[in-house]
Write a protein that binds this ligand. Structure first.
Ligand SMILES: [Zn+2]
Length: 189
């Protein structure tokens, strides 16, 4: 911090304390060159972030909107509201730290997925399917395959069994594959 008296750039901090109800830090400094004392305030800088949606339209990043979407997608997955709030805070902090002021909705979706994948696979799959990350049933099954490579909890295994049943409407020996025209057909293994 440049000294306001002699423009020297080095100073030492004599005292730091919270100010403006915790919104800023007030620091009393002493110039190492001329020994004059001066005060600085440190605040978190909030710069609006613009989200570019799939259709190319732009809107301001809205943390509460993201949270509502995540709460809806993560119902009955064991994710607590408090944990989702923390994730949204982390994502917002991450976006604030980036040099770019624009972010695509897809990037935000990917950030959410990165968090959910780490801690709750059921929530991860639910969010991914709700937000259309899967281009088709093939992507969905590939995601399930990737998850099966990791140790899974019993609740996930249960969910995968029931969803596999929903998808194929048949027993476990039936799997799904994509034919060349993109339609889904059942293949006996
Ligand atoms: Zn000075």
């Amino acid at each position: 911090m440049q000294c306001p008296y002699c423009q020297h750039t080095n100073s030492r901090v004599l005292e730091s304390r919270s100010s403006e109800g915790g919104q800023s830090i007030r620091r009393r400094r002493e110039c190492l060159n001329c020994k004059h004392r001066f005060t600085t305030y440190e605040r978190i800088e909030f710069v609006p972030i613009t989200v570019i949606k799939h259709d190319g339209k732009k809107e301001s990043f809205d943390a509460s909107k993201l949270l509502r979407g995540m709460v809806r997608a993560c119902e009955k997955t064991g994710m607590t509201h408090q944990r989702l709030e923390t994730i949204v805070d982390d994502i917002e902090a991450h976006l604030q730290q980036r040099p770019q002021r624009e972010v695509t909705s897809e990037e935000i979706g990917q950030l959410v997925l990165n968090y959910l994948r780490e801690e709750n696979e059921v929530a991860y799959i639910r969010f991914a399917s709700v937000y259309g990350r899967f281009k088709g049933i093939k992507d969905f099954l590939e995601t399930l395959d990737q998850l099966q490579e990791k140790p899974v909890t019993s609740s996930v295994t249960q969910w995968q069994k029931s969803s596999a049943k929903d998808l194929s409407n048949s027993d476990a020996s039936t799997c799904l594959s994509l034919s060349q025209n993109g339609s889904v057909k059942k293949v006996k293994s």
